[in-house]
Design a protein around this ligand. Structure first.
Ligand SMILES: Nc1ncnc2c1ncn2[C@@H]1O[C@H](COP(=O)(O)OP(=O)(O)OP(=O)(O)O)[C@@H](O)[C@H]1O
Length: 229
């Protein structure tokens, strides 16, 4: 469904992502890991048309998406939750949720049960929420949007462990309904527990692409690539 072919991307004259190939299929839950600064955020932004594409292609259902047009991927049902969480700060929590919800979509999760805080703070302006609360609102918005793929940068940042677990269970329910999920994390714990497949980036390329089940049996293959050395 999403395919990256020879993708190189970055900023002005700085090529950060180098000749990267990747396929993500419907219903897959993929974890993208890597140390600080290896290019995880830049990869997401390049895919979503928010960084400079030097070469290569982003393909949806086999067709290349025209570069520099972020709205085309959004229209195709691909949601990026950036590290600022992409909420509308001057709207209330409830308005943010209503705006995100696709009318003809019946989500497999009830986001107001997953995130009770959002019901409690329905009338609060989203801009006044804490980072972790914005993260919950952003995730809820992505879950309501009827997306085919949800990509979340810095997934667990700012979330309490209990909220991480609730979010993961909800994202797994979405995946079971065919939504692809891509979560970016610094550490291996969450992807090992929750993902089907794990990718590790080093210096702008993917150096490991393996099933989480295999890596659970031999986590050193993963942890060695993440140790700061
Ligand atoms: N706006 C920018 N202009 C130029 N270079 C940038 C810009 N943003 C990031 N970079 C550089 O791109 C490289 C990759 O950064 P990126 O944020 O993609 O890494 P990351 O793996 O997501 O790390 P982190 O987890 O710390 O966000 C870094 O060397 C960074 O300095």
């Amino acid at each position: 469904m999403l395919e990256l072919a020879g993708l190189s991307g970055g900023y002005r004259d700085a090529r950060v992502v180098n000749d990267l190939d990747l396929r993500i299929r419907p219903g897959e839950v993929v974890g993208l890991l890597g140390r600080n600064g290896v290019g995880k955020t830049t990869l997401l932004k390049t895919v979503f048309g928010l960084c400079r594409l030097f070469s290569g292609e982003v393909r949806v259902d086999g067709r290349a998406v025209r570069p520099g047009r972020p709205e085309l991927l959004a229209r195709a049902g691909f949601s990026l939750m950036p590290d600022d969480r992409g909420v509308f700060p001057s709207l209330t929590v409830e308005q943010n949720l209503r705006l995100a919800a696709r009318r003809d979509y019946d989500p497999p999760v009830d986001v107001r049960s997953v995130y009770p805080l959002l019901a409690d703070r329905a009338d609060q302006l989203a801009g006044t929420l804490s980072g972790g609360q914005k993260q919950q609102l952003g995730l809820a918005r992505a879950m309501l949007a009827g997306s085919r793929l949800i990509a979340v940068d810095e997934f667990s940042q700012g979330l309490q462990p209990s909220v991480v677990d609730e979010s993961l269970t909800a994202l797994q329910a979405l995946a079971a309904s065919g939504v692809a999920v891509l979560v970016v994390e610094q550490g291996p714990e969450i992807p090992l527990r929750f993902c089907d497949r794990i990718l590790v980036m080093v210096k702008g390329g993917i150096v490991l692409d393996a099933s989480a089940a295999d890596l659970r049996a031999d986590p050193s293959r993963l942890t060695d690539l993440l140790v700061v050395g």
